[in-house]
Design a protein around this ligand. Sequence first.
Ligand code: IMP
Ligand code: MG
Length: 189
Amino acid sequence: MTTPAHRVRVLFDESSIARRNEELAEAVRATQPRDLLVVAVLKGSFMFAADLLRAMHRVGLTPQVEFVHLSSYRTGTVSSGQVEILRDVQSEVRGRDVLLVDDILESGRTLVFAKDLLMARGAKRVLSAVLLEKPGKRAVTIEADFVGFTCPDVFVVGYGMDAAHAYRQLPFVGVVDFDSPDPDLFGGA
Ligand code: IMP
Ligand code: MG
């Protein structure tokens, strides 16, 4: 049995994301990072980080790559404000340029938490790249250094982002239409 699926309306398609990743990589390169450590924030950023890293390689960057798994306790689709470390970075960050990579900047709590953590451990500079930014949703003051796209105030899935662990595999970002089951995926049932 497959997981029930609903139609997903495309917001940012595959080729737009691919083009934007090349531009973001170039913007990162322009900051002339030294001894660069990319820290991808799991889980939602895994696909964005994978593509951004390959674009960074194409513009000549040679980062090391690490992961931190953060959870910002959510009830359904609403953030509660608490951030917890589920898996920490293992590399030394002292004295290094760090690029945090996350899927969405919304309240800002996740990014502030991660940035403070790495600064407290002695990073020389912590830059951040987010695929999406939802404006007007900030609970704390922070802006990302690199933003893929401005996102409307809707719950999005795909390209790594989930609704109850589903939809992460989609190669695009979209909005789930929960009122509309996908007949193809239901096999007519
Ligand atoms: P913030 O801490 O409120 O900025 O929330 C950022 C985190 O919440 C992101 O890293 C996502 O994991 C999650 N998030 C926020 N909005 C969405 C959404 O529309 N779809 C999926 N995840 C989201
Ligand atoms: Mg996340």
